[in-house]
Design a protein around this ligand. Structure first.
Ligand SMILES: NC(=O)c1ccc[n+]([C@@H]2O[C@H](COP(=O)([O-])OP(=O)(O)OC[C@H]3O[C@@H](n4cnc5c(N)ncnc54)[C@H](OP(=O)(O)O)[C@@H]3O)[C@@H](O)[C@H]2O)c1
Length: 212
């Protein structure tokens, strides 16, 4: 597929670019600077664009089969920027007539028990609260875009650079935990999950948790 990858220079984005390219997809990788470190394979083009601007997203997305987002606000930006991004992406895809979008979301809105989201639990780190709540609001906006074939994939509670095992589990709107109750996924395996969803379309109009 010919894929537009928004956030290609980021930590999850670089690994997603690698996973897409290794599986034979062609990738246009977007960042604000237009440079993406460590990805110089055939089939990859790095371009500059602002994902908070719908007209930029529309221009970038035109002619692609699908859009994968690994966007996130920089550390020095407000988490609310995520809402500018999701609005611009929804509007940009409509203008470009591209239906398929897979969005990297947050684990905070996943349920951990009856009617309890992870972000509402006592142990949820204070410093992640604002971005987690912005990510839930982003989900609310995306989930209203019924005309798009969206999927919202959340990492586990903890996601770090690690190993690509190719194995992971998913759950519909639930936090995925292992036998010890830990919720973890490597960035490499989360990239596998994003590309699996792109290829298999198992979670259209779904908020999916991932983990081991
Ligand atoms: N457990 C969890 O729920 C969890 C944990 C980690 C991450 N996440 C989510 O996963 C996403 C990605 O995380 P990450 O750690 O890979 O983030 P990251 O390393 O900060 O990457 C963010 C990417 O977004 C791009 N970007 C930011 N603003 C942009 C703009 N206005 N226009 C175009 N591109 C822009 C950045 O590119 P430039 O800065 O080069 O322009 C970069 O490529 C985030 O939404 C984050 O909230 C969730």
């Amino acid at each position: 597929m010919n894929v537009l990858l928004l956030g290609a220079s980021g930590r999850i984005g670089q690994r997603t670019a690698t996973e897409l390219l290794d599986r034979g997809h062609t990738v246009t990788g977007v960042s604000r600077s237009g440079t993406v470190e460590g990805t110089d394979a055939d089939g990859f083009v790095a371009v500059a664009g602002d994902a908070t601007v719908a007209s930029d997203v529309a221009k970038l997305a035109a002619g692609h089969d699908a859009v994968v987002s690994t966007l996130g606000p920089s550390d020095d930006e407000s988490p609310e920027v995520l809402l500018d991004m999701i609005r611009a992406v929804v509007e940009g895809l409509r203008r470009a007539d591209v239906e398929r979008v897979i969005w990297t979301g947050g684990a905070g809105g996943l349920t951990v028990g009856p009617e309890t989201m992870l972000v509402e639990t006592d142990d949820f780190p204070e410093e992640w609260d604002a971005i987690a709540r912005a990510a839930i609001e982003a989900y609310d906006i995306l989930s209203e875009a019924d005309d798009l074939a969206w999927s919202y994939l959340a990492p586990a509670a903890l996601i770090e650079p690690g190993e690509r095992t190719g194995k992971y589990r998913t759950a519909d709107r639930e936090l995925v935990t292992d036998d010890e109750g830990d919720s973890y996924i490597s960035m490499e395996d989360f990239a596998v999950a994003l590309v699996d969803e792109l290829e298999n379309e198992n979670a259209v109009h779904t908020y999916l948790g991932t983990g081991y």
